[in-house]
Design a protein around this ligand. Sequence first.
Ligand code: PLP
Length: 361
Amino acid sequence: MIYLDYQATTPLAPEAREAMLRWLDGPESGNFGNPHSAHRLGRQAEAAVEVARERVAALFPPGGRVVFTGSATEALNLALRGCAPVRAGRPIAVSAIEHAAVLDTARDLPAETFILPVDSAGLVDPDIALPDEVGVVAVMQVNNEIGTIQRVGELYSRAKAAGALFVCDAVQAAGKVPIAEADLIAISAHKFYGPKGIGALWVRDGVDLRPLITGGGQEHGLRSGTLSPALCSGMGAAAQLAFDRMEADAAHVGTLWNRARELFADWQLNGHAEQRWKGNLNIRREGLDVSRLISDLRQVMISAGSACASGSGRPSHVLAAIGLRPDQSRGSIRLGFGRYTIVEQLEAAAEMINHAAAQQG
Ligand code: PLP
């Protein structure tokens, strides 16, 4: 099996697994405390959670705090729904290529939603006109389908100048590139070699946010519920590793990208050729039936568009937003590679993919 779907999820780093194991031990270990209990067992668990929080915080700009959540989807819901009551009635502007966690949440809010268009490479123009009285602007840093990296710094300044809060989905950026400035930033551990089931929302100091989940008042009252020391420790270890290895990982991915471009020289690239995360190769071929290709490729795990879009059978809104016709969108595949991919796997996969595509005539 060759796994080339790193945007859907990444394998757990052995270091993250190791950090988690201690907190999964049995009754004799004393490592099962509730991190919110006042006794020694609880305080030990709390200390582990706080070490993890610091490690995760190192991925973000200074001047804010990390709130652990169950996923990035939850973090984005907290950001958009939690600040919305405060900014009641004012419009929300989101890019056309946001993940469903942002798009569907924005559409579900009572406020009017404006969609910010992108160009053929997937970029929002930083000089774009924002709606009058805009209350919230949400633009992601790295797109999950096409890998394009937005000029988030410029968009943040523009949102500030318009008096809006800026929300950034940095799920595909975290641990790979330095996270850009924003007011509220969502990340997910399983996209940077951490465990599934935990994400975080970074909240800039001074931003007024209301909880979605109320109860015991954990996470400064922003997200009630008992934290899992195992998941927090796994996310913390993965964050520390990604921080330490950021340059090495990017260099490795750059080498894989160069080879992949040679191996798929006959295919057209979707997304920006340079301003992108190079662990994401989204390519298309005229007349290709991707569903058939994926079912023919039993040994290679790739995706059509985004994992969510392919799972639901919905055509990709991202490929449509960059101007692809439905048939071009249906002929597009996404290859995702990263830290544990080796060149030989990419070469073997390319041979199988190119062969299966050629069979289609
Ligand atoms: N945002 C982006 C860009 C993603 O790629 C994903 C996951 O596919 C999410 C949000 C949702 O993350 P999670 O799986 O933690 O809910």
